[in-house]
Design a protein around this ligand. Structure first.
Ligand code: NDP
Length: 340
């Protein structure tokens, strides 16, 4: 453990905020990004924790990202709210969008959020979990850079295109899943590269189209969708929702436009929030949630199962008291951002 540094979650937040602030992000953006990085460390999602700070910094230093853009909001229809991130990173927009999106979902039963002009390298579970903690059902979709080959193809086209879903539970944290439509998130391949570990089979092909377990060859080639044509169809849907539908770019267009080598995907994010109480008759809300619990209980009756998000919630019981560890090399990088 000599090559790892122990941090409390407060220290995680502080070093992230200070590093981002020292490199030029406004206090509001630095705090919002630090919030998402800290909850990722808290939930032991290392590929979206402090590991991401150098991505934010490099993207900012490349010159296209706004360090201080204030998101603006516009009603496109009673149930469709547009948020323009004005070339800022997404976390601040997502934090500010939660209240107006919730209000519209409560009033109308269902509402959508169409984010445009955002840079995004974060996980999606924080935004859907935030809405489900308020009792809403939530979906989120975002595209990325063209990294993933279409089914049967050999060249990168789709993003790793995550989609997330959250379901509220009475007296418990929400059920949440958040998954890339590629066989792995790109950050996982970068972590395998950093740690000198081979990839599991089925994650990627090299530039020659042949399967590879070498992280560097995979990053130069193409990632594969999960589940062959089925994951590819999800990736396609995400491109359409987060790109064409909201009036923003597809993943391959984001890659082609990245002439400044920002290295952080740019584009749209689409969210849907549903008030479950508006989907059943009066007084049925308790029955609705209880019915869902029956399904969860049946899943958990089977050995070897767990619910999506339970791994994160178990980590969340430990890390506030035990803290987390990060590689010393990463800690040195973050200190360097602050001290130099
Ligand atoms: P994983 O494959 O690790 O996990 C996907 C989901 O499945 C999680 O909700 C996880 O829950 C759940 N899960 C895993 N194992 C089980 C199991 N045995 N039983 C039940 N549920 C299970 O995630 P990915 O690698 O696909 O994606 C990682 C992250 O990368 C996501 O947060 C995604 O948003 C992010 N990402 C972001 C991108 C961007 O451009 N912004 C691009 C691509 C990905 P749990 O968390 O509890 O393990």
């Amino acid at each position: 453990m000599n090559d790892r540094i122990h941090l409390t979650l407060d220290e995680v937040h502080r070093i992230a905020t200070e590093a981002l602030g020292a490199q030029g992000f406004s206090e509001r953006h630095a705090r919002a990004i630090a919030d998402t990085v800290t909850v990722a460390e808290r939930d032991e999602c290392a590929s979206h924790g402090l590991f991401r700070i150098p991505f934010y910094v490099k993207a900012l230093l490349a010159g296209n990202v706004s360090p201080d853009a204030e998101p603006t909001f516009r009603d496109l229809a009673p149930a469709v709210l547009q948020a323009d991130a004005h070339l800022g990173f997404a976390p601040l927009t997502l934090q500010l969008a939660a209240d107006p999106l919730e209000r519209r979902a409560r009033e109308l039963g269902i509402a959508a959020l169409a984010i445009v002009n955002a840079y995004n390298v974060a996980a999606l579970w924080p935004e859907v979990e935030r809405l489900a903690e308020r009792g809403l059902v939530a979906f989120a979709f975002t595209a990325a850079f063209g990294y993933v080959a279409p089914a049967g193809g050999t060249r990168p086209l789709y993003g790793t295109n995550p989609m997330a879903f959250a379901w509220p539970r009475a007296g418990r944290p929400p059920l949440v899943f958040d998954q890339a439509s590629s066989a792995s998130a790109r950050g996982e391949i970068q972590i395998h590269l950093r740690d000198g570990k081979p990839l599991p089979e089925g994650w990627a092909i090299g530039p020659d189209g042949a399967p590879t377990t070498d992280p560097a060859t995979a990053l130069a080639g193409a990632q594969l969708p999960f589940g062959g044509h089925k994951g590819a169809a999800i990736a396609l849907m995400v491109e359409l929702l987060a790109g064409a539908l909201v009036g923003d770019v597809f993943s391959f267009e984001a890659s082609e436009a990245d002439t400044a080598r920002v290295g952080a995907p740019f584009g749209g994010e689409f969210m849907i929030a549903i008030d479950p109480a508006r989907c059943v008759g009066d007084g049925d809300r308790d029955a609705q949630l209880a019915h869902a619990e029956k399904l969860f209980a049946r899943i958990l009756e089977q050995d070897g199962t767990r619910l999506p998000s339970d791994r994160r919630y178990r980590a969340r019981e430990r890390t506030p008291t035990e803290g987390v560890t990060i590689p010393k090399s990463l800690h040195d990088t973050l200190r360097g951002y602050i001290d130099n």
